[in-house]
Ligand binder design. Structure first.
Ligand code: MN
Length: 250
């Protein structure tokens, strides 16, 4: 099995090394990751300038650092590998739960794999002011890969690990609105700057990714690329049929 590993924290993140070490027990690993942190860059791709990449030494792994986004790295890695069997993105330093999935570069790496007809698995762990010790989490990474690496018809999966997991739960994405306030601060020269902040406005719903993490469980969420709101589509189609009965039925 050819496993391509990407992330959005940058190629020198301890999370990507821990993931590569565990994944190498399951197949041939190649690391292709951004040369600097690209967290919260979402699913951006670089199309108005060329990309470049360089081979780099990461603890004995075949690794390349790219001056691009996580999604760029999947494209570059797929061309180096002539398509990977699976793309693992992470392990991110920080959860990617609920609303974070819309901003996450980690998840974008996995999504890019799914868009290119491969499979993508995003993996995230808590962030901390000191580097997270991944050693105790490695057996949990291994068990999760054992579950998800075989092709069981899941093109895109988002996994979040609490610090000390006591089990796993299949979950759905939580939808929690946040205030998105832009908070003014002053720099040391007295100039005005602004921070984008995320303060949740609602409680956590049962059965969601965040609900699992709050209970010390590994959250595994199967995702799809189709964002269509199925019930809304049906409702609006019905409304149109009622208003204009002569419109051809779809
Ligand atoms: Mn990140």
């Amino acid at each position: 099995m050819r496993i391509l590993i990407v992330n959005d924290d940058g190629i020198y993140s301890p999370g990507i090394l821990a993931l590569a070490q565990v994944a190498s027990e399951f197949g041939d690993v190649i690391i292709v990751a951004p040369d600097m942190e690209r967290s919260s860059t979402g699913h951006a791709v670089t199309h108005s300038r060329p990309l470049s990449y360089r081979r780099t030494a990461i603890a004995g792994f075949d690794a390349f650092r790219v001056d691009g986004t996580p999604a760029d790295c999947v494209a570059v890695g797929s061309s180096i590998l002539n398509k990977a069997d699976v793309v693992l993105s992470g392990v991110n330093l920080g959860y990617n739960l609920g609303n974070s999935m819309w901003h996450s570069g980690t998840l974008a790496g996995a999504k890019q794999a799914a868009l290119m007809g491969s499979r993508g698995i995003a993996l995230s762990a808590p962030s901390s002011t000191v580097d997270v010790d991944f050693e105790p989490l490695k057996p949990h990474f291994a068990r999760t890969l054992q579950l998800l690496l075989p092709d069981v018809g899941l093109p895109l999966v988002n996994v979040n690990f609490p610090l000390a997991p006591r089990g796993s739960l299949w979950t759905r994405q939580s939808v929690r609105h946040y205030d998105g306030q832009v908070v003014p601060v002053k720099d040391p020269m007295g100039r005005q700057l602004y921070w984008f902040t995320v303060v949740p406005m609602e409680e956590t719903e049962e059965g969601t990714d965040r609900w699992a993490i709050e209970r010390g469980l590994i959250s595994i969420t199967p995702l799809r690329l189709d964002l269509t709101d199925g019930p809304a589509l049906q409702r609006m189609q019905q409304q149109l049929r009622d208003a204009e009965p002569n419109v051809p039925k779809m």
